[in-house]
Design a protein around this ligand. Structure first.
Ligand code: PLP
Length: 393
């Protein structure tokens, strides 16, 4: 169906941070399936692990115990603030699970009849009906009304607006089940969360027994230089969602929850494909390789190199470029409002220079390469981006 505006480019092969199109042209891939191919393309460890898994067992129902799922859940629980995990297949599905958990928690633990979930303006939580309602961008709602009831929105990082909204809802008694928020808004413009905002949000949620749920779909699994975005903010959530980087290019999503918020019982939620042995093997391989190769240190070092280089580019094109924002290997270059440049147009021009980049809205150009990218490749990325910008100016 006609659901995507696509570039006229067909990718046929990949190795590490590089992809080749069907004509044999090579591109440096700073899109990585939009923050998904954690280990790059055709990674040897991934290839070996998945080949073995395919030879053993690919899929069984969640009617049975699944050792690979238990191993991945153990790794996630041992490396985060969470106590248990529900597996699904995508970010939107993980957020759907979180929304159901929040509503049940609101009914059971706070006695709320019509629970409300607060999310941020300019957020992105996925395209299923509840996830797109949670997404605080009217352009994604248009044409699909009526939206799901029980959602309201606050300006991101705006403490007084959020406090006023919570007070308004809770004046006559409990009515908010959860605040669902990204630690850094990815699609909404690479906008990092503010530590003071999140610290106060954590306090308010704890005081009122409102669940604080973080959408770590884009930031989680090491992209920020820490395993979880909440570590950058100095707080711990009651629950968080993952997808994208977790499977390194294979479909898997997850809802992770603390014991105190875990209100799900058998029969409450399910997924046929969720947590199948193949997807969990992919997740386990990503987890193991992040640790074995010390990828968090690489993300921090390469992220700084990228950021420094982007800041130099901002200085070279001051009439068009405003600033650089982001964490680790999730960096965005912000285009001035007064500029005639638009991010999708820059991404198109970069293709001609053999570089793949992705827009985050009209005015932010996003870079989310594999976490394995090396120093030379970052230099090459910056060289190709400089050539792109020169070609336009
Ligand atoms: N949440 C965030 C923060 C995302 O960035 C995305 C996708 O871009 C999603 C949710 C939706 O994930 P999916 O496309 O896997 O449903």
């Amino acid at each position: 169906m006609n659901t995507y505006g696509r570039f006229p480019l067909a990718l046929a092969k990949g190795k590490g941070c590089w992809v080749k199109d069907t004509q044999g042209r090579r591109y440096l891939d700073a899109v990585a399936g939009i923050a998904t191919c954690t280990l790059g393309h055709s990674d040897r460890a991934m290839h070996r692990a998945l080949r073995r898994q395919l030879g053993r067992l690919q899929h069984v129902s969640n009617l049975y115990q699944i050792p690979e799922q238990e191993q991945l859940a153990s790794w996630l629980v041992n490396h985060s603030c969470a106590d248990s995990v529900f597996f699904c297949n995508s970010g939107a599905e993980a957020n759907e699970a979180a929304i159901k958990l929040a509503r049940k928690h609101g009914h059971q633990r706070r006695g709320i009849e019509q629970p409300v979930i607060l999310t941020a303006a300019a957020s992105f939580h996925g395209r299923t009906l509840a996830a797109v309602t949670a997404t605080g961008q009217p352009k994604y709602h248009k044409g699909f009304e009526p939206m799901v009831t029980g959602f309201d929105y606050f300006p991101y990082n705006d403490l007084s607006a959020l406090e006023a909204l919570i007070n308004r809802y809770e004046q006559a008694g409990p009515s908010i089940a959860a605040v669902l928020v990204e630690p850094l808004q990815g699609e909404g413009g690479v906008n990092p969360g503010d530590r003071a905002f999140f610290s106060r949000l954590r306090e308010i949620c704890t005081q009122r027994n409102i669940l604080l749920i973080l959408d770590e779909v884009q930031v989680g699994m090491g992209r920020s230089g820490r395993l979880w975005g909440y570590e950058q903010l100095g707080i711990t959530p009651d629950a968080f969602t993952l997808a994208k980087g977790l499977g390194g290019g294979h479909a898997i999503g997850a809802l992770l929850v603390n014991a105190s918020a875990d209100v799900f019982e058998p029969g409450d939620h399910a997924s046929t494909f969720g947590g199948n042995p193949f997807a969990c093997r992919a997740g386990l391989t990503v987890a193991t390789e992040i640790e074995r190769r010390g990828l968090l240190n690489n993300v921090t070092a390469r992220g700084e190199q990228l950021r420094d280089g982007l800041q130099e580019l901002v200085k070279c094109f001051p009439e068009h470029l405003e600033t650089v924002r982001g964490w680790g290997l999730l960096q965005g270059i912000v285009i001035r409002e007064s500029s005639s440049w638009k991010a999708p147009q820059l991404a198109q021009a970069a293709i001609d220079q053999g570089l793949l980049l992705v827009a985050a809205g009209p005015s932010v150009l996003r870079m989310v390469p594999p976490l394995t990218i090396n120093q030379r490749e970052i230099r090459e990325l910056l060289r190709r981006l400089a050539a792109t910008l020169s070609s336009l100016s």
